[in-house]
Design a protein around this ligand. Structure first.
Ligand SMILES: NC(=O)c1ccc[n+]([C@@H]2O[C@H](COP(=O)([O-])OP(=O)(O)OC[C@H]3O[C@@H](n4cnc5c(N)ncnc54)[C@H](OP(=O)(O)O)[C@@H]3O)[C@@H](O)[C@H]2O)c1
Length: 397
């Protein structure tokens, strides 16, 4: 498919790993690569390995005396994109265990839409949305070691609040960004790429010989998921809404692409698999696809329902799983990155696959942070493909 494949031999992989050194070749499965990246020992060691041996000026963290008033997006009431307001907010200084980060790039994710609309409940009201960003550490809290002013770091997940020029974060949620990866690229893959990682490597382990179905194959997560599954040797079937998205999905390793707005995807999958069905469905569309996805599975297949871009799926009686002895899971990245070790392994494997070319990153859309309402409108109306990145106003690219 024109994709850089993981060269495989005896079930292992072979690639150049720029995180370990410019020359080091290492062998093993992606999990092994991740372990190499993570190394044994303390988390700070792992952080050092992940940070790609970049020598950065060690400036001890001192909270500056300057004003900590920044521009951020605030939501005061739930609703459409128009509730996203560009306002001044006071973020304060980092406390013990915390850092302050000046954001260079912020990833837009469908989950931001759920919180804005109230599908998921935000912890406070008003709130600053956003679950992912890459930036430079501008201050560290008292007594904190292992993080320095000037470090380029990324985070994805909790806490919410990345739609901001600067934000305060717990130091243990960030990972150092390898110097070989541009901050905008890093912001386009942290949440989506770590999601792809846990889906194909841990939730259902994709292997050579599997046939898989990925809905919204040209979306932010979908693009990375298809590439990763292809590299693992699976036959990948993707669904998309338009010809344009179909072309992208093919480039991203889909062996078969179904335009589910025109064709019945259950019939198409049945034909492609000669009636056998697929081993796993990765369904992020939810309401519109859920029942059809179950119909596409083979006996003992895995239904991985990890999102609801079209709405929450209708309730399902347990008996619906019985006729094919199906497995059903509703996973989230938070539960697959519960510990710092899991976070470092997931991010390490993701960064390694980006650096080696196994994963092509697609920053297909950029918006100034102040214009995020337009970005939300475009994401919700299916106008976007690949990743959408928000750039804080005034930040040089
Ligand atoms: N469980 C987790 O931990 C986790 C983590 C990350 C993301 N997710 C989920 O993964 C999904 C993808 O997230 P993303 O940020 O990468 O978004 P995305 O896939 O780039 O955008 C959503 C896509 O869904 C498809 N879609 C189908 N019906 C839709 C509808 N009625 N309204 C809007 N979109 C519709 C569209 O693709 P087509 O035009 O091709 O149909 C659209 O481009 C979301 O459901 C998100 O909640 C879950």
């Amino acid at each position: 498919m024109g994709l850089p494949r993981v060269a495989q031999f005896r079930g292992g992989h072979f690639l150049q790993n720029p995180f370990l050194s410019g020359r080091t070749h290492i062998q093993g499965t992606p999990a092994f690569l991740s372990r190499r990246l993570s190394t044994k020992g303390s988390n700070s060691n792992k952080d050092q390995v992940l940070s790609s041996f970049t020598v950065r000026p060690v400036v001890r963290a001192l909270a500056t005396q300057a004003s900590t008033m920044v521009k951020a997006i605030r939501v005061h009431e739930l609703g459409g994109p128009e509730v996203l307001k560009w306002e001044d907010v006071e973020i304060g200084e980092p406390k013990e265990g915390e850092i302050r980060v000046k954001n260079k790039a912020i990833g837009l994710n469908f989950i931001d839409v759920y919180f804005r609309k109230g599908v998921y409940k935000a912890p406070t009201m008003p709130f600053t949305p956003g679950m992912e960003a890459v930036g430079v550490v501008t201050a560290v809290g008292p007594g904190l070691t292992g993080r320095n002013v000037g470090d380029v770091v990324a985070y994805a997940g909790r806490p919410m609040g990345s739609y901001s020029e600067e934000q305060i974060l717990p130091a243990n949620v960030v990972v150092p960004v390898p110097s070989s990866i541009d901050p905008i690229v890093a912001a386009s893959i942290m949440l989506k790429g770590m999601t792809a990682q846990f889906l194909v490597r841990r939730c259902f382990k994709v292997e050579s010989g599997h046939t898989i179905l990925v809905h919204a194959a040209a979306g932010g997560v979908g693009s990375l998921l298809c590439q990763w599954a292809n590299a693992l040797g699976a036959t990948v079937i993707g669904t998309v809404s338009t010809e344009e998205k179909a072309a992208q999905a093919k480039e991203d390793g889909c062996h078969h692409v179904i335009i589910y707005t025109k064709d019945d995807f259950v019939e198409a999958v049945n034909k492609i698999t000669s009636g056998g069905g697929v081993h796993v469905v990765y369904d992020s569309v939810g309401k519109d696809t859920f029942q059809g996805s179950l119909a596409c599975l083979r006996s003992r297949g895995y239904m991985v329902s990890f999102g609801q871009s079209s709405g929450t799926p209708d309730p399902l009686p347990l008996s619906a799983l019985a006729s094919k002895s199906l497995f059903l899971t509703r996973p989230t990245l938070m539960q697959y990155n519960e510990t710092r070790d899991e976070l470092l392994e997931t991010a390490g494997e993701l960064f390694a696959n980006v650096a080696s070319g196994i994963l092509r990153t697609r920053v297909n859309h950029k918006y100034p942070l102040s214009q995020v309402a337009q970005a939300h409108a475009d994401l919700e109306s299916r106008k976007t493909s690949g990743s959408v990145v928000l750039i804080p106003d005034g930040v040089e690219q």
